[in-house]
Design a protein around this ligand. Structure first.
Ligand code: GDP
Ligand code: MG
Length: 369
């Protein structure tokens, strides 16, 4: 992917062409003035020369195309949900309740493994994808990496405890990310439960139930007794429908790493959430600073897939080394391309980390405190 000439790049940086050529030479790249540079080399040399070069790699080229995608090619996709809430209000219990209510899950009988995300088929035949890492850390970690994965937040609030500090934190995170909140008022099986009081409390924080004229769907549930879990899922689907979530399944895939690890038996494995396009066996991937070829895809029941459409989480085998959660992945046409991009990103990251920092004195002062 050679786009920019040495001349153009120099002009952009308002530097002499000779200086840029010299710098390239010192990096082991011999070029002439009108020669086109590999995008990653261009970024690398720019950063060496003190320019915060934007990522104009193949990846972002495809991203640009993606943004001007033909609306006619977009098809509805299922929602991706994160469960948040104060500690002990029932996030894990709710994830378990949802998992066990999964119509499709029962079919496979395989041992359910934690792969960081799973998809459930609801009673009415719609899919909902859940990120399996409850809590704010996962959400904020992803967001801090610029990854927007969640379409809907389910906020779990205990009907006996009410709004607590992490409840408020979750509300703020969802607001900042502009993600709609569906409230699950949990533990309604307990004698002290007061769901109406919870609604009152929440409205102080801008979450107002629909039947009070607000925008937030609120459902009373019991994760423990498995009460109204199906209604909750249907409400999520309804919300998704209103949001008109769409993606183009007929293109090469892009998405996000949900989780990754080095499995002692399988080698590097990553759970990828496909956000657009369809991921297929044999696809060449660039994932952050690593790369690979999709050898196998499976869900948390070990069920194998040959294709994964938008909003599907899949555990993928065939990656060179484990990427990081929140890394973006993109499918490229050639294996060699994937390797080259990953390698030059790695070098770039290394170069960036070796760059001298100019705020050392500030660090020194704070270290002395
Ligand atoms: P988390 O910290 O938000 O993940 O909360 P957990 O799911 O671990 O639940 C905390 C405690 O609340 C556990 O002892 C659960 O058994 C209990 N719990 C969760 N949901 C319910 C519920 O609907 N009813 C009752 N009675 N207890 C619940
Ligand atoms: Mg928990």
């Amino acid at each position: 992917n050679e786009l920019v000439t040495v001349k153009d790049l120099s002009e952009k940086m308002k530097l002499k062409v000779g200086d840029v050529i010299k710098k390239l030479m010192s990096m082991g790249t011999l070029v002439t003035i009108n020669q086109r540079l590999d995008t990653d080399i261009a970024i690398l040399v720019a950063s060496e020369l003190g320019y915060d070069a934007k990522l104009v790699s193949i990846y972002s080229e495809e991203k640009v195309e993606n943004k001007i995608e033909d609306p006619a090619k977009l098809k509805p996709r299922s929602p991706v949900v994160t469960i948040m809430g104060h500690v002990d209000h029932g996030k894990t219990s709710l994830l378990d309740a949802i998992r066990s209510s999964n119509v499709a899950g029962g079919e496979h009988g395989g041992i359910t493994q934690h792969i960081g995300a799973y998809r459930v088929l609801t009673q009415t035949g719609g899919y909902v994808t859940f990120l399996d890492t409850p809590g704010h850390e996962a959400f904020t970690a992803m967001r801090s990496r610029g990854a927007q994965v969640t379409d809907v937040v389910i906020l779990v609030v205990s009907a006996t405890d009410g709004v607590m500090p992490q409840t408020i934190e979750a509300i703020n995170h969802a607001k900042a990310a502009n993600v709609p909140v569906i409230v699950a008022v949990n533990k309604i099986d307990l004698p002290g439960a007061d769901p109406q009081k919870i609604r009152q409390e929440l409205s102080n924080y801008g979450l107002v139930p629909e039947d009070w004229g607000g925008e937030n769907i609120m459902i009373d549930i019991s994760a423990k007794k498995r009460l109204h879990i199906d209604s909750l899922l249907e409400m999520v689907l309804l919300k998704a429908e209103m949001m008109e979530l769409k993606a183009n399944p007929d293109r090469s895939a892009e998405g996000i790493v949900v989780e990754a690890k080095l499995d002692p038996r399988k080698g590097p494995v990553a759970t990828l959430l496909v956000q657009t396009g369809t991921l297929k066996i044999g696809d060449n991937l660039v994932i952050g600073t690593t790369y690979g070829k999709v050898r196998a895809m499976s869900d948390e029941h070990g069920k194998r897939f040959t294709e994964a459409v938008p909003s599907t989480p899949v555990e993928v085998l065939g990656i060179n080394e484990p990427p990081q959660a929140g890394d973006k992945f993109v499918v490229v046409s050639h294996e060699s391309h994937a390797r080259e991009i990953a390698q030059s990103r790695k070098e770039k990251a290394k170069a960036a980390s070796l760059k001298p920092r100019h705020h050392l004195s500030l660090l020194d002062i704070s270290a002395g405190n």
